[in-house]
Design a protein around this ligand. Structure first.
Ligand SMILES: *Cc1c(COP(=O)(O)O)cnc(C)c1O
Length: 388
């Protein structure tokens, strides 16, 4: 990675990862199973309060297996939050099912429960088979799970919670990812903790995690020869990656603290700039603040693109919010239920550097550049005013 660039989110090792990797090498557990895999699964259960966990090669693999386990078949429909990363929706298409996208609401930027119910009623009235609902806890902010679950339960549709970005977030004290029938986490390099690449599927139903492990191991039946009655996948996590995960779990709470401190820093720095708006945690919601995101008020003369370019000119990484899936060319034929909220968020929102290893000097560098863009516009306006 380029030395002096300030990135959005980078891996942050604790030091103990190497110790666990060395153990794996010494014992020759280099396979996609082993004692570190088992220990990492126990750690995830202890941390989240979920009863069962299966660690896998990626978060995307976890969503894919969740949908297979729930019986999603070609021609079925799966309801998915539109404002998200494409990995939430791609596995729906892997299975030949159709994603149905739902807009966000403004309190959490996540799935709008009212819109969800409108969509379910409409899909069912058209005779569609709606097999699952995928809400996402975007940027670490929990979705309105109580509302979403009560609608899902009413229509008896299972929920797969995409908590890829939300390990360490809670809703009324309960871990994000543990509300639905199945939850998934990601340990990709840019997430709050990483195994270099990896994911987990969690559930309180042992049949779901057992089935996921079976499918992730090429659906190999328990026989001396290789016997297969179903199509399988090669999706298990290696014991070496799980070694990294063990070291990362030891510092997860610290990482959440660091990301939340970054968020607090930006909120304080921009407190006197009414053009900049933050997403606030509703009562009972606790975000890991994986990324700190700002919205630029439409009344402002500064756009999010002005800010992004000013930061880029100083070799600082920033990114527009996720472009909603219903706006993506690849999903343009999929049904969508919304009223423009996610489009507006995409147009006006920007993710700021939020890694847990950012120094205070780097944070000040970012905030000073953002401020300078607003100051320059202010100065220009003062000159205009004095000329007239
Ligand atoms: C990162 C991410 C995923 C996919 O996880 P991978 O481990 O990269 O496959 C899925 N959904 C969301 C919202 C993500 O941010």
């Amino acid at each position: 990675m380029t030395e002096d660039r300030i990135w959005l989110s980078t891996p942050h090792m604790s030091g103990n990862e190497q110790k666990y990797i060395d153990e794996a090498f010494k014992s020759n557990w280099i396979a996609p199973l082993g004692p570190h895999v088992d220990a990492f699964e126990r750690d995830i259960c202890d941390f989240t309060g979920s009863k069962f966990a299966a660690v896998l090669s990626s978060g995307t693999a976890a969503i894919h297996l969740a949908l297979v386990v729930l019986g999603v078949k070609p021609g079925d429909e799966v309801i998915c939050q539109s404002m998200t990363f494409s990995a939430s929706a791609n596995p729906i298409s892997y299975l030949g099912a159709t994603p149905v996208f739902i807009d966000s609401e403004l309190d959490t930027w996540n799935m709008n429960p009212a819109m969800l119910e409108i969509a379910i009623k409409d899909r069912l009235s058209k005779g569609k088979n709606v097999k699952a609902i995928i809400p996402v806890h975007l940027y670490g902010m929990p979705a309105k799970m109580n509302e979403i679950l009560s609608i899902a339960n009413k229509y008896r549709i299972p929920v797969v919670e995409d908590a890829a970005e939300a390990l360490g977030s809670t809703l009324f004290g309960r871990a994000a990812g543990t509300f639905g029938a199945i939850g998934i986490y990601s340990f990709n390099g840019n997430k709050i903790i990483t195994t270099s690449g990896g994911g987990a599927l969690v559930s309180n139903y042992p049949e779901f995690t057992q089935k996921a492990k079976f499918l992730a191991t090429q659906a190999r039946e328990d026989m001396p020869h290789y016997e297969h009655t179903q199509i399988g996948y090669n999706y298990r996590m290696s014991n070496v990656c799980a070694a990294i995960g063990l070291g990362q779990m030891e510092v997860l709470n610290e990482r959440v603290g660091q990301r939340r401190a970054n968020h607090k820093f930006y909120v304080e720095q921009f407190a006197d700039l009414p053009e900049i708006e933050f997403l606030k945690e509703p009562q009972g919601f606790y975000s890991n603040h994986w990324l700190t995101c700002i919205r630029i008020n439409r009344q402002s003369e500064v756009t999010r693109e002005d800010l992004r370019l000013a930061l880029e000119a100083e070799n600082i990484d920033s990114r527009p919010l996720w472009k909603p899936m219903h706006m993506q060319p690849v999903f343009s034929n999929c049904p969508y239920y919304g009223n423009g909220v996610s489009e507006e968020l995409f147009e006006t929102g920007l993710c700021l550097p939020s890694g847990s290893s950012l120094t205070i000097a780097e944070l000040f560098k970012v905030s000073n550049i953002v401020r300078s863009v607003f100051d320059n516009v202010g100065t220009k306006n003062m000159i205009k005013a004095s000329v007239h």
